[in-house]
Write a protein that binds this ligand. Structure first.
Ligand code: GSH
Length: 198
């Protein structure tokens, strides 16, 4: 049986949990990571030398890095709507996955950590507003990030989209992003794994 090492309050694990729900694939969850199970043991480091979750073990195949995991699972289980086989469409999805992971999520993560630590340093806020505004523009006239269907780009972006709406303080109204978040809430896997993230 496919094994997933992760924890429910990890945004990167939640992406993998949503994908597996979305494609109806059973898995064994091995609760791992902060507050659940150690990631600095020789056994876990043999799976992922970086000691991070999520990790997927599929027989003798081990995959780490959440976006690589999403692509592996989509290909392995034939989820061609979520990650199309056609090179051009796949590249569009990949581009948005990379953009989310490089330009949207890191400043949001830094800001959330600064605020959680009680620091009032909002240096990352302009980058978050800029990236979220760009995403809002991308969603004008489109149901999902890479087109008319849910794709891995949406699953990758989902934790940050959800957390944008959890941010306290002044931020611009982004109507397309709001409509998009409501659309995502129509997916049970999003409600179960992403909306439960704080
Ligand atoms: N770029 C990595 C980041 C992995 C990562 O930072 N995972 C966090 C949870 S979201 C983690 O393992 N934290 C340490 C822990 O839980 O012990 C990915 O996308 O998989």
């Amino acid at each position: 049986m496919l094994k997933v090492y992760g924890r429910p309050n990890s945004s990167n694990s939640a992406k993998v949990f949503w994908l597996l729900d979305q494609i109806g694939q059973d898995y064994e969850l091995v609760l791992t990571g902060r507050g659940f199970g150690a990631t600095d043991t020789p056994d876990f480091l043999a799976l992922n030398p970086f000691g991070k979750v999520p990790v997927v073990q599929d027989g003798t195949t081990v995959v780490w890095e959440s976006n690589a995991v999403l692509r592996y699972l989509a290909k392995r289980f034939g989820a061609t709507t979520l990650w199309p086989a056609d090179a051009a469409t796949q590249a569009r999805v990949d581009g948005w996955m990379d953009w989310v992971s490089i330009s949207l999520t890191p400043p949001l993560t830094r800001l959330r950590k600064a605020r959680a630590a009680g620091r009032s340093d909002d240096a990352d806020l302009p980058a978050i507003v800029n990236a979220s505004t760009l995403l809002d523009q991308q969603l004008a006239g489109r149901d999902f990030i890479a087109g008319s269907d849910l794709s891995l780009a949406d699953i990758t972006a989902a934790p940050s989209v959800h957390r944008w709406f959890l941010l306290d303080g002044e931020r611009p109204t982004l109507p397309h992003l709001e409509a998009y978040a409501r659309r995502l809430a129509g997916f049970p896997g999003y409600v179960r794994h992403i909306q439960s993230l704080s």
